[in-house]
Design a protein around this ligand. Structure first.
Ligand code: ZN
Length: 151
């Protein structure tokens, strides 16, 4: 990776770490909140989201841990907010491929989350980067169940 690109990615990651987007917890009976840990690094992520039909209309995260996990959570919220479940699943898979150093689909818009592609060079940190996405997927399944119960 050219060093100037590396530098750019580093500053994007630190920006999300210092000023997390969509930070907090959603309240209310129509939102779902779950937490997930990454014991190998000590990261903890809370994700809350709200569905309208099959679309994520609001999402917030909070938590504690390393810069990779916390910045990844912030980037993830920006990438999936407003998307339909089918597109979220596709994007989530694509992100997982990207951080494992496999080919990612250029047609999909990961936004700032692309800055985490360098993580593929540090296998121990891959779980830090994917934790918020896994937590979001788990929260999404629970939110679908909640929605079905409320109908
Ligand atoms: Zn971590």
């Amino acid at each position: 990776m050219p060093s100037n690109l590396d530098q750019l990615y580093r500053s994007v990651i630190m920006d999300h770490y210092k000023r997390p987007r969509n930070h907090g917890t959603l309240e209310g009976p129509d939102s779902m909140t779950i937490s997930m840990n990454n014991p190998s690094c000590g990261d903890k992520i809370f994700v809350s989201l709200k569905l309208d039909g099959d679309k994520i209309v609001d999402i917030k995260t909070s938590g504690s841990g390393c810069a990779i996990s916390q910045s990844s959570a912030s980037m993830m919220t920006e990438a999936v907010k407003g998307l339909r479940i089918k597109d979220v699943d596709e994007l989530s898979f694509d992100f997982s491929e990207l951080v494992q150093g496999r080919e990612h689909n250029d047609d999909l818009d990961l936004g700032d989350a692309e800055a985490l592609q360098g993580v593929s060079q540090w296998p121990a940190r891959i779980k830090c980067a994917t934790l918020p996405w896994k937590a979001m997927e788990k929260c999404l399944r629970e939110a679908v169940k909640l929605q079905a119960e409320q109908q």
